[in-house]
Design a protein around this ligand. Sequence first.
Ligand code: ADP
Length: 394
Amino acid sequence: MKILIINSGSSSIKYQLLEMPSAKIICLGTIERIASTEAISTYKTDTHKVEKTYEIATHKAGLERITSLLLDAEMGVINSTEDIDAIGHRVVHGGKDYVDTTLINEEVKKKIKSLFPLAPLHNPANLEGILMAEEIFESAKQIVVFDTAFHGTLPIKAKKYAVPNVLFNEKRIQAYGFHGTSHKYVSEKANEYLGNQNTKLISIHLGNGCSITAIKDGKSVDHSMGFAPSNGLVMGTRSGDIDHAIIFYMVKTLGYELDEVSELLNKESGMLGLTGYNDLRDIEEEAGKGNKDCIIALEMNAYRIKKYIGAYTASMNGLDAIIFTAGIGENSSLMRQLVCKDMEYFNFHLDDSKNELRSKNTREINTTNSKVKILVIPTNEELEIAKQVYALLN
Ligand code: ADP
């Protein structure tokens, strides 16, 4: 069965075509900077690798570009769009009603749309991807996997905010949790590695968006993002935790418009706001040259993660392993070092030389006497979505 996974973001589409159940990757790639004259398209198969710059004005044009690569006479991997059996779409917010992997129909699309205000950066682009795929791959089954799904198990004490009950009961105001596909995938890998399903894990997903999850016996029991993917850790451009009084002060006293504050907290804050850069590689390089803002930002970032590790160890009453994953978690030995520094009280000890090793596999980077394991596990959201799509259809 050929399953195409589409992760349609605000200015990008990531895709992967997999043969299931063998999980063989047939091809994968990205279109980045959609809506610019210099959109970058990448495409990779076993035998071909291309990267080209085009003018790609819309998501539809992006998906058409991907389709023409899949069908290409020389580099292509399918003969007709009908060769694709199913498409798995990543949708960030599923709200209260949609927890499970679901076949897309008009009602599901309406629901995704009704959740636009709750995930304004993500859900509109996700729906756009679905609508375009329905047009181009008419015969394929369209299925959605929600990022909120894994957090359906959050206990009520972690899910509710301490605000009047009417907001929870009638207005859907609660913590939903995000990056669920990634946290689920890496925590299952960790349990496999540890040979135990009854574990207390902390999964730290550090990409452009960053979040941290407490996972007990395979279930999400607490999570740093909340009502929207904005709470918690310091991210590339998002502030993470801030005192909400700041928003009222900015509007009422400093004269900001609400939309400006939203833009500022979501797109101009985090590492970008602190340093002028949002890519950690640039920040690490600058810090190495002595740039004070970059040094402080790295310390703030790690400090926030450490605080959540402390909180989640308390909430689970113990800890077997922490997991680093996603672009920063998998690649930045410096960030891992900063997080693991001075954590003897929590019984974890980093092995500096193992921390420097690179691999695409699960790896343990703690010393042999470390009671808590420190794992680096490459995430694979596409494979997790493909597994769920395959399971739904079989
Ligand atoms: P997304 O959330 O968009 O899926 P990724 O998980 O791909 O993002 O993570 C992207 C981020 O990973 C980049 O912005 C960059 O900061 C970071 N990153 C990637 N490679 C490295 C590296 N070698 N060292 C430090 N940071 C890295």
